[in-house]
Design a protein around this ligand. Structure first.
Ligand SMILES: CC(C)(COP(=O)(O)OP(=O)(O)OC[C@H]1O[C@@H](n2cnc3c(N)ncnc32)[C@H](O)[C@@H]1OP(=O)(O)O)[C@@H](O)C(=O)NCCC(=O)NCCS
Length: 178
């Protein structure tokens, strides 16, 4: 049985073995994640084995200003200026772990992080830029709303926070698997 924990990227984490279905995300984790994290460009969270520190999943979040184009008036709160929020800039799970519910748990972990950040500061929307059609459908499946004809989707952070509080996004992200 292996226990995975979710924690902020640190020196002790081993990134080299990470392999998802998206080589570009693997490259980013290995070559750019530490720099982006330490420079304050993104907050990187990883899932790892506690003893070895081997990373099996990760996501990166950054504050952003979201264009109101293509977003409904109610979601914009009536504003026509850029909307403060968060971008889930990267999110990936090890290939060996897909199709078993961990992707949904990883997204929950990312949304909890966004919700906490918005609670501490501010932020109305969370957006994702899908890397391909499969990722687009994954986010749609989890309640994100498309923005026009683009691969960008959004969710309303107060709604996300309420869904998490109501238990509609499932349990927390620390997982035990055999
Ligand atoms: C995207 C990713 C995290 C999904 O992980 P996963 O393990 O395949 O997904 P899960 O098994 O946790 O699925 C969670 C739920 O989403 C659904 N789902 C997963 N992929 C889906 C898809 N392409 N379309 C629609 N629904 C999808 C599952 O049916 C499941 O639904 P349920 O909770 O109602 O049973 C994973 O495939 C991955 O890391 N891919 C490579 C990186 C990537 O594309 N990241 C997106 C960056 S934009």
């Amino acid at each position: 049985m292996t226990l995975f924990i979710s924690e902020v990227l640190g020196e002790h984490h081993s990134l080299e073995e990470f392999e998802s279905d998206q080589p570009e995300l693997d490259r980013w984790l290995k070559q750019e994640a530490r720099g982006a994290h330490t420079q304050g460009m993104a907050r990187v969270t990883v899932w790892c084995e506690p003893d070895s520190g081997v990373v099996v999943a990760f996501f990166a979040i950054t504050p952003t200003q979201i264009s109101p184009d293509g977003i409904s008036r109610s979601a914009r709160g009536g504003y026509s200026s850029p909307i403060p929020g968060y971008l889930i800039a990267k999110l990936a799970l090890a290939k060996s772990m897909t199709g078993r519910g961990f992707g949904g748990e990883l997204l929950l972990d990312a949304l909890e992080t966004v919700s906490a950040a918005a609670n501490a500061g501010s932020g109305r929307l969370v957006v994702v830029d899908s890397i391909d059609d499969r990722a687009y459908e994954f986010y749609r499946h989890h309640g994100f709303t498309p923005i026009g004809e683009t691969l960008r989707l959004f969710a309303h952070i107060p709604d996300v926070t309420a869904s998490i509080a109501a238990g509609r996004y499932g349990p927390k992200s620390c997982e035990e698997i055999s």
